[in-house]
Design a protein around this ligand. Structure first.
Ligand code: CUV
Ligand code: SF4
Length: 649
């Protein structure tokens, strides 16, 4: 069968426009002739990319290398130590998962640390915002809530969280096990992929794939799967505790794309991932309006980029300025006074870009510094004080603005976000209070809607920015799929105006339209209306998608592999996306990826991820670079599952 790599994958230097985002396109026009470098120039400069690396057959795990698989057989078909293509490809692949799991869990550990500081009385600027979430979480984890103070309950939750991170337990991870179906629990036990510690599993995988250790590709990939499940556990810690500290998202109106940057305001972008920092920046900005007015601005406008943008959009309705591939463009508007960053997905080039303007880049985490940028170590213990310092830097920078350099695209779109699973369940419960999720599953069984799709993941300039996200979304909703979205996929829809109730009329199929209408009619209290696609949060909030799949499985009385639920990351880029995709497959979801991970160098590894995974876990990767074919494959998978459910009814 034809491999996805048969399709053109190298950026055509004659057609170097690698974005379809209307805001970014306007910005690129404005930058013409200005000699300012962006990611769109660098991706062209990288062509042609190395095919050994592309296919995953370059090994640099020890310094006898680099070794490349150059031939089909003989000594040139193996590394110096004798490692075959399947060993090299599988090791490289799972090390991506280790990087992803380490990243998500680093984020989660920070939230956990903040909750711990709160319990110990060292983080006076934070509070338990959602007692409801705390109680729900405690009950899930088997922690008593009877006649206990919230802080006592949270203390136990935090201890369990720390235990999950730390040493190997003689029990499965609490933050994974307690959220799964019984079927998945059994499956993970029987296949020996249930992780017993988040940190320990990541470390074990690095050790397993060191020079001269595991060279059985199946065993290596199972190590990767275990680590992907540790990643999911970290995401559960991150999402649930963020909800406890900052509130469960509820439907909220906002706007997105570069036009949200307001020339009359002090503009601060928060970029990265962690709400522990960005929530405080928002709170500080709300307090400091008068200071901004003293320097001649009308106020302070906090805007989000990437997943920290998604976190703030979901809970505070903060505008989303842009997503990953166009992050430099926010600076190039000339009206961004500061960009406060924490961790992950922050291009090192933002500082280079900022040097052409007055924008201050401020790093806040000990593990994320950038030469030339200012560093302000952010601590939960002194959060508000730190956040006020950050806002002050932006206000000072506002004075240095050069009016001649301001060029803001006039692109901005209204949207509705904030669909935590709690919020969705609440909406469904107005139709059926006893069994809210049956509203969704019944609509699928009756054929009104065709199933649920999670659209997730990054931008990857192997594809034109956002083009694949948009194409697949349009195809899915036209065919009546109920779509939830996270990360930069959600960002794409927001920026294009597709996350608005107005888009329903234009793009949804008749079944989806009538389903959404029925929900709206049952929810007159919902003044926001319902969008075409439901924003469920940042990348760690893919745990919310897992929650929905589990709830649907329980409602249908089956395990997840039978649920008409699929996932797609059309433009996956980060190691985190590889971890997420892998746990989606392990939960039993057909999972489309439109930008290929480096697996094509081994037929065996390719076959394990696309076929054998299905035999074992009921989910599999669908690698397909053509968005319309990818969408069709997702629709086929949904149709097959619904058909099977209906004949077994
Ligand atoms: Ni965490 S991981 S580019 S910001 S979704 Fe966006 Fe989302 Fe990928 Fe990064
Ligand atoms: Fe080469 Fe083996 Fe070292 Fe990899 S581990 S770089 S294949 S010698």
């Amino acid at each position: 069968t034809a491999r996805p790599s048969d399709a053109p994958r190298v950026v055509d230097p004659k057609n170097p426009v690698r974005t379809s985002d209307p805001g970014a396109l306007q910005m690129l026009k404005m930058l013409e002739g200005k000699n300012i470098e962006t990611v769109f120039d660098r991706v062209v400069a990288q062509q042609p990319q190395c095919t050994f690396g592309y296919k995953g057959v370059c090994c640099r795990i020890c310094i006898a290398g680099p070794c490349r698989v150059k031939k089909e057989d003989g000594p040139g078909s193996r590394g110096i130590c004798g490692a075959s293509a399947y060993t090299i490809v599988s090791r490289n692949l799972v090390r991506l998962i280790a990087g992803g799991a380490a990243s998500h869990s680093e984020h989660a550990r920070h939230v956990l640390h903040t909750a711990h500081a709160l319990v110990e009385g060292h983080a006076p600027d934070y509070e338990i915002k959602s007692t409801a979430k705390l109680h729900k979480l405690a009950q899930r984890l088997g922690i008593s809530t009877l006649d206990r103070e919230d802080k006592e309950i949270l203390k136990d939750v935090v201890e369990l969280g720390y235990a999950d991170f730390g040493r190997y337990q003689d029990r499965p991870l609490a933050f994974l096990d307690s959220f799964m179906t019984q079927g998945r629990r059994n499956k993970f036990q029987h296949t020996n992929v249930m992780p017993k510690a988040i940190d320990g599993t990541v470390t074990e995988l690095i050790a397993q794939t060191a020079m001269g250790v595991d060279n059985d590709p199946v065993n290596i990939i199972f190590g990767g799967i275990k680590t992907a499940l540790a990643d999911l556990a970290g995401e559960y810690v991150g999402t649930t505790l963020s909800d406890v500290l900052f509130g469960i998202p509820e439907p909220i109106v906002s706007e997105a794309n570069l036009g949200v940057i307001d020339p009359k305001m002090v503009n601060i972008a928060v970029h990265g991932h962690n709400p522990v920092l960005s929530e405080m920046v928002v709170a500080a900005a709300r307090k400091m309006k008068a200071e901004a007015q003293k320097v001649g601005a009308e106020g302070i406008n906090v805007v989000g980029i990437c997943c920290t943008g998604n976190e703030l959009l979901m809970r505070e309705g903060v505008y989303l300025a842009t997503s990953s591939a166009s992050q430099e463009m926010a600076i190039m508007t000339g009206a961004l006074d500061a960009m406060v960053v924490d961790i992950q997905c922050i291009y090192p080039s933002v500082q280079t870009a900022a040097e052409c303007f007055h924008t201050k880049i401020i790093t806040t985490e000990g593990i994320m510094k950038t030469p030339g940028a200012q560093h302000l170590a952010f601590k939960p213990e002194t959060a508000m004080e730190d956040a006020q310092k950050l806002v002050t830097i932006a206000i000072e920078a506002y004075k240095q603005r050069d009016p001649n350099k301001i060029s803001i695209p006039n692109e901005r779109h209204k949207l509705v976000a904030g669909f935590s699973i709690e919020a969705l369940t609440d909406i469904f419960s107005k139709v059926c209070p006893e069994r809210p999720i049956s509203v969704l599953t019944d609509a699928i069984l009756s054929g009104q809607i065709k199933g649920v799709a999670l659209m997730a993941g990054c931008n990857n300039l192997k594809r034109s920015q956002d083009e694949s996200h948009i194409a697949i979304l349009k195809e899915l909703v036209k065919n009546d799929v109920f779509v939830i979205a996270t990360g930069c996929s959600a960002g794409a829809f927001a920026k294009f105006g597709l996350m608005s109730p107005l888009a329903v009329e234009a793009y949804a199929g008749e079944g989806l339209k009538s389903f959404l209408k029925m929900l709206e009619n049952a929810n007159p209290q919902l003044t926001t209306g319902l969008p075409l696609v439901f924003h469920v949060g940042s990348c760690v909030d893919n745990s919310r998608a897992s929650d929905l799949a589990v709830a649907m499985a329980d409602e249908l009385g089956v395990d997840i592999p039978k649920v008409p639920f699929v996932a797609s990351a059309p433009e996956a880029m980060h190691e985190k996306a590889v971890a997420i995709g892998t746990w989606c497959v392990t939960l039993g979801l057909p999972t489309h990826v439109g930008s290929l991970p480096p697996v094509e160098g081994s037929d065996l590894v390719y076959g394990i991820t696309t076929q054998i995974a299905h035999d074992v876990f009921g989910g599999n990767f669908i690698f397909e670079v053509d968005p319309l074919i990818g969408a069709q494959k997702l629709l086929n998978a949904l149709e097959y599952r619904t058909w099977k459910l209906n004949i077994h009814k």
